[in-house]
Design a protein around this ligand. Sequence first.
Ligand code: SF4
Ligand code: SF4
Length: 165
Amino acid sequence: MDAITRIAEDKLAENDRFRLFLGERNSSQIDEWVSKLDQEITPKIDCTACGNCCKSLMIVVKDEEANLLSDHLQQKRENFDQQYLEKGSNGMMLINQIPCHFLADNKCTVYDYRFAGCREFPALHIPDFKNRLFTIFMHYDRCPIIFNVVEKLKLAMGFETDGSE
Ligand code: SF4
Ligand code: SF4
C-alpha cells in the first residue's frame, strides 16, 4: 500500500465532510479554484513515475481511434479488435485488459495515438467539479494529481480538516 492510499484511508470521514461542504458552495467558484490548482500541481507530478490511471481505468475506444491505432501498429482492424478490445455491457468498445496493453515501464507506448479518455484524465480542467465528486473521490487514492488538488482545495476554501486546530 503506498503513502497516498494509507492517507486516503485515514481521511475517509474527513472527505465525506468535505463533499458535503462542497455541496453547499458555489460551483463556478469551486471550478476556478480547481482550475488554478490543476495548473499549479499537474506540472509538478511525474506521471511516468505513477501510471496508475493506465493500471486501473476502463478505457473506452472509439471506432476512429481504433482505426488510427491499428493503422499505426500495421495491424488489420479485425486482428486489432480481437487482440485488444471487448464490448462493454453498454455496447461501447473497451480495452480488454487492465493494466492497459500499451503500458510499458510506466510509459504509454502509443502516446500519440492514445484514446480520448487517456488524454482527458484526470479531467480537472472540465467544469462542474462539484457534480463529479463520486468519480473524483474514486480516483483520489490512486492519482497523485487528484489527491493533491483536493488537499489544496480544502486549504484554499478554508475547510476545517481533522488535523486543523
Ligand atoms: S493507451 Fe496509453 S495512456 Fe491510454 S491507458 Fe493505455 S498506456 Fe495508458
Ligand atoms: S494516475 Fe494521475 S498522476 Fe498517475 S499517471 Fe495517471 S494522471 Fe498521472
